[in-house]
Design a protein around this ligand. Sequence first.
Ligand SMILES: [Zn+2]
Length: 131
Amino acid sequence: MSALTKIQIDELQTQLRNRQAKLLEEIRDKLARSGDQHYIDLSGRVTDLGDESVADMLADLEAAQVDRQINEVRDIEAAQARIKTGEYGVCIDCSENIAFNRLQAYPSAKRCIRCQEQREKQYAGEGQHSL
Ligand SMILES: [Zn+2]
């Protein structure tokens, strides 16, 4: 279980929602400016998503060069799902609590800072040992 208080979770949830709304706006803008009628039609639906899962339409958007935003929206959705199940704020690797200030900076964080750094080291160091 997470060590976060209800107030802290509320604050982070607000941040997640705001960030999601902003990302959806960016996606919508990009689609609307794409000049492709199919994406322009889709852009009209992005506004109606609310808190519902956007997975279905996201699959359709892969080709629209909004990958970065889509990945982040997915991270945010995953974080909101973890809030519902009470797993939010707990590192998925080591099960330690993620520091509140880390979550404030990065509310969709799945890992504590230690595991994240380890993971980045692992990926950066793959195939080469240049110490
Ligand atoms: Zn960890």
